[in-house]
Design a protein around this ligand. Structure first.
Ligand SMILES: C[S@@+](CC[C@H](N)C(=O)[O-])C[C@H]1O[C@@H](n2cnc3c(N)ncnc32)[C@H](O)[C@@H]1O
Length: 243
């Protein structure tokens, strides 16, 4: 049930306008530069914001996501033809030799089932050249971010060009150990449609993620802070060791 909103065409169409501040991606752009990445695999690329930023800088990009509606939005954007888009996940990729694999905007948390998570790490490792890096973020469970996912704290009202006013908010519906399920509600003023989407996220601690990375043959070079969300996220910089 992870992230249904990315699979619904009407919701995929408002994903970018409802979240226009993508300064979270600046740190990833800097890392791509820092690591001299010329070929990047963006796992869970969604509507392609990061993939297209990279492609605009001359980087060869493969974007993979299971949500077709999001990929349709990505493909239709200016420059969409510069990226190789794959509908699916990292468990079944064609042969690749990438310098860098990324999972931006907490994609790692959307990979909920243990099999899917281990398959994702296995697939990312196989897609990297020796010495290539995997970079992703995950929310620090100790900060209990879900406690602020209430209607009161998350309510927004956004005018979307061509679509009209959209009201939107999150509400947690279940917390079960590391799994947090929440409902996002969207109200479209243009026709009064009320759409809801249920998502489940897995909160993994730093040690758990580091152990999982090691189990799949990665070396964890560093765990950084997300500069735009200090103290709230772990940003893992893992490397496929040189052969
Ligand atoms: C919060 S969005 C982030 C999208 C994009 N990375 C960004 O920065 O805008 C999470 C994305 O993870 C994708 N996703 C969910 N499960 C996945 C999986 N097993 N493998 C890859 N992507 C997945 C969803 O379809 C969705 O597009």
């Amino acid at each position: 049930m992870a992230d249904e909103c990315f699979a619904h065409p009407r919701l995929a169409a408002v994903y970018d306008p409802l979240d226009p501040d993508r300064s979270d991606l600046d740190a990833y752009l800097r890392m791509a530069e820092e690591f001299g990445a010329r070929r990047v695999l963006d796992i869970g690329c969604g509507t392609g914001v990061f993939a297209l930023l990279l492609a605009g800088r001359g980087v060869e990009v493969v974007g993979v996501d299971p949500a077709r509606a999001s990929l349709d939005v990505a493909r239709a954007k200016p420059g969409g033809e510069r990226v190789r888009w794959i509908e699916g996940d990292a468990t079944a990729l064609p042969p690749l030799r990438m310098d860098l694999a990324t999972m931006t905007a907490n994609v790692a948390q959307a990979v909920v089932a243990p099999d899917a998570w281990h398959g994702t790490l296995r697939g990312a490792h196989a897609a990297l050249r020796p010495g290539g890096r995997l970079v992703f973020e995950t929310r620090d469970p100790a900060r209990r971010a879900w406690e602020r996912w209430t209607r009161e704290d998350s309510y927004g009202r956004t005018d979307v060009p061509g679509i009209g006013t959209v009201e939107h908010w999150h509400q947690v519906t279940d917390v079960d150990g590391p799994l947090v399920t929440f409902r996002t509600t969207y109200v479209f003023a243009a026709d009064g449609a009320v759409l809801t989407s249920d998502s489940t996220l897995r909160f993994r601690g730093r040690e758990e993620a580091e152990a999982d990375l090691a189990a799949h043959g990665f070396t964890v070079d560093e765990v950084r802070d997300a500069p735009d969300r200090p103290g709230r996220e772990f940003v893992f910089v893992a490397r496929r060791p040189d052969a």
